[in-house]
Write a protein that binds this ligand. Structure first.
Ligand code: ADP
Ligand code: MG
Length: 584
């Protein structure tokens, strides 16, 4: 059985497979290895995919669509000719096209696939990707994170020396950074962070918008009034952007309001973009690249100097300013030995090959990380009052998976008969800021005082199957709940096998965890903080909320100052306060 690797990108998609001579890309019907993730509907109703759709869209911007990957997991539909298309259906058309290319190449359809997704994709986005594959009648063995795939691609060519790698992926619409440790063929993703609204498209947009500005026009207004002109201009700007990655300047022809080009290129209907100028226009975008990079370094407790190599992934990393930024930040030349827009598909195909051949899997163990925090809702005690709605994280974002973790909670009323375990995912401090995954009830609790202990165990595996097990400590009564369907439809046998494997793992305990505007600001910042920052922040926020409930103004002021100081400076003024655990 062949297991192909598919990079279902925002801008471009690619498919590869493993041969005895290593990974190979499968060409599309045009002989190209990259298929634009674009879909259009022709005048006669025919579906156009790839380059055909991309070209068609330049002329009929209203009859085609791209970058729908950004809407995966939502019900944002696109409509052409009175018919609606979901992001899943559009993605399925891309997958179907890649599948056809492979069928043509192999001469049969006896193959399965490993499909890649951005590391920060949540359950809904991953489920949507699986759904797209199902619609395309493509059998998906597993979803793997794009930076994991890129690391595997490099690992395949790598020596046995231990190395700390930073994978920097700037594609057409997304930016993704990951800290990866490699040694002895083991790929270990330590941390990952991204920006789903930052990519090559934004750099193209900067050129188009600056050119229009120089001609006294606004991009937004023109896009609304003259969509054809804008789609043609953007196409020209993308060409120029790519050209100035390897030359000093490029000429952008500016179409007239009807979208037509004049026969003759004049200073009025063209613009010469210099690389230096483009880099100036892009300074804000470039600054934004630093944010996820710094976050990943913090999350993985890596200093700049502990990064042995930076791997460039994604077509937009071909821009010299991106390479220079990386070189400046790390004082090393970033690596780009493999083609940056093909490396993800290549890695996925290597992973596919490993699945097809179980022996090889042992030679190259791959661990992965949880892309988001998983936890349960708890009440917290403030004085004599319990307030529900708090997220108790059990498996943290960026924790290695498979993972099994236990947290002890306890009842809040005397003679409490039952406890409802509500499971959430997300980075919020309160469950209202997280996504609800499922719930179950533990009944028949023994009579007695409040404070009956219940152990909640979360076991999360590489396929995204979450097993939640609640054990009443006094009676050893256990209730189990499996949340799997959200991520993919596994067979019971696969689920049972995963559970059994996870049971072998040892749990490691951890974790402790702010007037209204300050509290809101802290909550917003909390979601963007590192694990370490979160712990301190949570403790101060507890004291703050408690003092707000107590109503002692001078105490509130004191804690508010402390919280404000932390938000501004990232460290705590006083650490001698007795916060207590507060988890209930
Ligand atoms: P994705 O992962 O989002 O599907 P890719 O990795 O294929 O996308 O990157 C596509 C982006 O890379 C596009 O925005 C394209 O304009 C840009 N790109 C490709 N080649 C170059 C180049 N030589 N210089 C600058 N940008 C480039
Ligand atoms: Mg990509």
């Amino acid at each position: 059985m062949i297991i192909v690797g598919i990079d279902l990108g925002t801008t471009n998609s690619a498919i590869a497979y493993m041969t005895d001579d290593g990974p190979k890309l499968i060409p599309n019907s045009l002989g190209k290895t990259l298929t634009p993730s674009a879909v259009g509907i022709d005048a006669d109703g025919t579906v156009l995919v790839g380059d055909a759709a991309k070209d068609y869209m330049v002329v009929h911007p209203d009859l085609g669509t791209t970058a729908f990957k950004r809407n995966m997991g939502t019900d944002a539909k696109v409509s052409f000719k009175g018919l609606d298309y979901t992001p899943e259906q559009l993605s399925a058309m891309i997958l179907r096209s890649l599948k056809n290319d492979a069928e043509h190449y192999f001469g049969h359809s006896d193959f399965q696939a490993v499909v890649t997704v951005p590391a920060y994709f949540n359950d809904a986005q991953r489920t949507a990707t699986i759904n797209a594959a199902q619609i395309a009648e493509l059998n998906v063995v597993r979803l793997i994170n794009e930076p994991t795939a890129a690391s595997i691609a490099y690992g395949y060519h790598e020596s046995k020396d231990a190395k700390n790698l930073l994978v920097v992926d700037l594609g057409g619409g997304t930016f993704d950074v990951s800290a990866v440790e490699m040694f002895e063929g083991v790929v270990d993703v330590k941390a990952s962070f991204g920006d789903s609204y930052l990519g090559g498209e934004d750099f193209t947009h900067v050129i188009a918008s600056e050119i229009l500005k120089s001609k006294g026009m606004s991009f937004e207004e023109m896009e609304f009034k003259h969509p054809l002109m804008i789609s043609r201009l953007k196409y020209e700007c993308e060409k120029a952007k790519i050209a100035i990655s390897s030359q000093d300047n490029a000429i952008v022809r500016i179409p007239n309001l009807d979208g037509a080009f004049d026969a003759e290129v004049t200073p009025e209907n063209s613009f010469k973009v210099w690389r230096e100028q483009f880099e100036m226009w892009s300074s804000e975008l470039l600054e934004r690249l630093r944010v996820p990079i710094n976050r990943v370094l913090a999350d993985s407790s890596w200093s700049v100097g502990s990064v042995d190599e930076v791997i460039l992934v994604g077509g937009s990393t071909r821009m010299p300013m991106v390479r220079n930024l990386i070189a400046d930040m790390f004082s090393i030349e970033p690596q780009c030995r493999l083609n940056p827009d093909e490396v993800v598909a290549i890695g996925a195909s290597i992973q596919g090959g490993l699945y097809a051949d179980n022996k090889a899997l042992k030679d190259m163990a791959v661990t992965d990380i949880a892309p988001f925090t998983l936890g349960v809702e708890v009440s917290r005690e403030f004085g004599n009052e319990f307030k529900p709605g708090y997220m108790l994280p059990i498996i943290h974002r960026n924790r290695k998976i498979p993972s099994s973790q236990v947290k002890r909670v306890s009842t809040v009323y005397p003679d409490q008969k039952e406890v409802v375990v509500k499971v959430y995912q997300g980075e919020g401090r309160k469950v209202s800021q997280c996504t609800f995954l499922g719930e179950f009830t533990i009944g028949n609790l023994p009579k007695g005082e409040k404070g009956q202990d219940i152990d909640i165990r979360f076991s999360y595996d590489l396929n995204g199957v979450l097993e939640v097990e609640a054990t009443v400590v006094a009676t050893e009564q256990t209730t189990q709940h499996i949340i799997a369907s959200k991520t993919r439809g596994l067979t019971q046998a696969e689920i049972d096998e995963s559970i059994e494997r996870l049971r072998q793992l040892k749990p490691s305990p951890r974790d402790k965890a702010r007037w209204t505007a300050l509290l809101k600001r802290a909550e917003r910042q909390y979601e963007q903080s590192t694990l370490e920052e979160r712990e301190t922040m949570d403790a101060i926020m507890n004291v703050f909320e408690f003092s707000m409930m107590e109503g002692d103004k001078s105490q509130i002021e004191k804690v508010a100052k402390r919280l404000d100081f932390f938000l501004e400076n990232g460290y705590d003024l006083n650490t001698d306060e007795d916060e207590g655990e507060g988890w209930k």
